[in-house]
Structures are given as structure tokens and as C-alpha cells.
Design a protein around this ligand. Structure first.
Ligand SMILES: Nc1ncnc2c1ncn2[C@@H]1O[C@H](COP(=O)(O)OP(=O)(O)OP(=O)(O)O)[C@@H](O)[C@H]1O
Ligand SMILES: O=P(O)(O)OC[C@H]1O[C@](O)(CO)[C@@H](O)[C@@H]1O
Ligand SMILES: [Mg+2]
Length: 323
């Protein structure tokens, strides 16, 4: 094996750059060549491919976004595009591909593997919705961004005795909501798959007022991309009481920004490990971290399994919030 290709796909996630850097640097330091592919699978099909020099990767470890750009390119679900992508890789003499992205991108990686092209997936998504890994690259930064924002919102909530419903990203996965809820001491977490009784939350917020806590924070998991889960929750909440309430949809601020040290280290470990696997002649794998150990699973396994959030966080939050 001589040449490794790298692409980022789906929503950008903090520390994708650290992952790109790790794959490329590890490859170069092992005498291989590293090629960057711009714009995810769209750039792969178009042949937007360039060779990395070691210095191209300077100054990238602390940057959010992705220096390889990203794309949502649904056309890659068609066999024609997948074969065209493989043709481009062969044209550049690239022997194996590292795909950094979320569950959708893993479908693309799986298709390439099924066509016999050696591909390794790294979990790069803020959503933390990938099976066989406790954490995805970017989740920690997004979580800390959400926590920072909620802490700021709390200042206004307290000053104005308001209830804020704060909607966080994560699609169907509730991880950002669960972790951010516990980390900010939210009065309630509302997330798909977890029992929510809006009336009960309203009663709790009203009792809080009587007991001396005259503001509220409810963290809402978006459920679907770009949903209106928080405004919808507030409409319902207002049926059960006279609340001065506001909905805040945190949105894409959760995707950007300087990656946390934890995300940078995770990305560096995973990127280097992917190259180790390729050097051992392995492929068709998805890299993850389980119990603090970086490991790999057959990429097909991922589609027979479902990401398991830390469900204890929901009950923990209920136990710890003001009663
Ligand atoms: N079934 C599929 N077959 C081939 N390629 C796919 C498939 N599903 C998704 N992809 C490719 O992966 C890309 C990214 O997928 P998606 O938009 O779901 O984001 P993701 O990788 O899950 O990341 P995130 O959820 O963090 O945004 C798609 O735009 C498409 O190019
Ligand atoms: O940037 P877009 O395409 O609007 O997608 C937003 C979605 O992407 C993510 O940020 C990452 O999957 C989700 O949390 C969010 O729902
Ligand atoms: Mg996804």
C-alpha cells in the first residue's frame, strides 16, 4: 500500500481537521502518501483530489470546520456514483480511503467496501449517534458549546424569572440533550424515547416558583434535523400555566468552533489507528472508542446495531433537579 485518501462527509464536526491531520501525518511518517479529497463524496466522484504535504497540515489542529470541506451528496446512494468514485481513486493510485463522517457517510463507506474498495470509517459527527463507539469526534466540543450557551441563557432566565426551552442538535440521538441537561442542572430534559409529560413539567416549574426558584431551563432534543421541537414544547407548556417563556434554538453554533482538547486527542488517536490498520493490511472497518480503548469493528456490524445513549443521564437529571 502506498497511497491513502481522506475525505470528510456530512455535517462538519469540530476536530475533523485533527483527524485529517492524524491520518495524513501518520501515513507520511510511515513512508506513505496522503491525498485529500474535497467536498466529501461529491468531490470523490468529481475527482477533486490533491496530495498532502506534511506542511499542509500545520495550524489545523485547533481549527473547527474541515479543511477538506464537506457535502451532503445524496447522489452517492446510486451505484453509478460509487463506481465512478472508485474509478477516480484508482486513477490517482489511491489504495485505501478513510471516510470521516457520521452514520450517513458510513453508508457510503460500506458501499465502497462492498464494491471491494478498502475503506475505513472514522466517526466524525456532533450527534454521537454511531454504534460501537462511546464518543464521536466533535461531540465533546458541541456539548461544551451547548453548555456554555445554556449557562448564558440562565443569566437572563434568572434576571427575568423566565422559562427557557433550549433546543439542541443531535437528530434522533438525544446525547447532546442528555449530557447538556445534566451539565447545566436543567429542570427537565425532553427527548424522543424518554417519557415526557408536559403537564408534569409545568407542575414542577410552578412548584419551583412556590419553593423559591422562579426560573426554569428545559433542554429539548431536536429529534429531527432543523425541527421546531422547542417552540412546540412551549405551546404545550403554556396550556398548563402562565409562563413567561422563550424558546431558543441553538442551531449551528454547536457545529463550529475550536475543538476541545478531548476531541483533538480522540481524533488524533483514531486517525493514527486507522493508518495502523491499513498498514496491517486490514480494511472494511469502522473505528471507535469503547471503555477508553480505540478499536475497530467490521463496518457491516454497524448497520446491525444501534447507538446506545447513556440512558442513566435522564433519570439522574430528574433525581438531581429541583423537586
Ligand atoms: N445510503 C447511502 N449510500 C451511499 N452514500 C450515502 C448513503 N447515505 C448517505 N450517504 C452519503 O453520506 C453523506 C452524508 O450523510 P448524512 O448527510 O446523513 O451525514 P452524516 O454522515 O450522518 O453526518 P451528520 O449526521 O453529522 O451530518 C450523504 O450526503 C451521502 O453522500
Ligand atoms: O446543517 P444541516 O444540513 O441543516 O443539518 C443539521 C443537522 O446536522 C447535524 O448538525 C449533524 O448531523 C444535526 O445535529 C442537525 O440536525
Ligand atoms: Mg448522521
Amino acid at each position: 500500500m502506498k497511497r491513502i485518501g481522506i475525505l470528510t462527509s456530512g455535517g462538519d464536526a469540530p476536530a475533523m481537521n485533527a483527524a485529517i491531520r492524524a491520518v495524513a501525518r501518520k501515513a507520511i511518517s510511515n513512508g506513505l502518501e496522503a491525498y485529500g479529497i474535497n467536498y466529501g463524496f461529491a468531490g470523490l466522484v468529481a475527482g477533486d483530489i490533491h496530495k498532502f504535504s506534511a506542511t499542509d497540515l500545520d495550524d489545523s489542529i485547533d481549527e473547527g470546520g474541515t479543511m477538506l470541506y464537506s457535502a451532503r451528496y445524496p447522489e452517492f446512494a446510486q451505484v453509478e456514483g460509487q463506481l465512478k468514485g472508485i474509478e477516480q481513486l484508482k486513477k490517482f493510485g489511491i489504495d485505501a480511503l478513510v471516510v470521516i463522517g457520521g452514520d450517513g457517510s458510513y453508508h457510503g463507506a460500506l458501499r465502497l467496501t462492498e464494491h471491494g474498495y478498502n475503506t475505513i470509517g472514522l466517526p466524525g459527527t456532533i450527534d454521537n449517534d454511531i454504534p460501537y463507539t462511546d464518543f464521536t469526534i466533535g461531540f465533546d466540543t458541541a456539548l461544551n458549546t451547548a453548555v456554555d450557551a445554556i449557562d448564558k441563557i440562565r443569566d437572563t432566565a434568572k434576571s427575568h424569572q423566565r422559562v427557557f426551552a433550549v433546543q439542541v442538535m443531535g437528530r434522533a440521538a438525544a446525547d447532546i440533550a442528555l449530557w447538556a441537561g445534566v451539565a447545566t442542572g436543567a429542570d427537565a430534559i425532553v427527548a424522543p424515547g424518554y417519557d415526557t409529560d408536559v403537564k408534569e413539567i409545568a407542575e414542577k416549574l410552578k412548584k419551583n416558583r412556590v419553593d423559591g426558584k422562579d426560573y426554569g431551563i428545559v433542554v429539548i432534543a431536536e429529534g429531527d434535523a432543523n425541527s421546531d421541537a422547542a417552540p412546540t414544547f412551549l405551546e404545550e407548556l403554556k396550556k398548563y400555566g402562565d409562563f413567561d417563556a422563550r424558546a431558543v434554538v441553538l442551531g449551528h453554533i454547536q457545529r463550529g468552533g475550536r475543538p476541545t482538547a478531548r476531541d483533538r486527542v480522540l481524533a488524533s488517536k483514531m486517525g493514527a489507528y486507522a493508518v495502523d490498520l491499513l498498514l496491517e493490511g486490514k480494511g472494511g472497518l469502522a473505528v471507535g472508542i469503547l471503555d477508553n480503548k480505540v478499536q475497530a469493528h467490521d463496518i457491516t456490524d454497524l448497520f446491525n446495531s444501534k447507538h446506545q445513549p447513556d440512558t442513566t443521564l435522564f433519570d439522574l437529571n430528574n433525581d438531581l433537579s429541583f423537586k
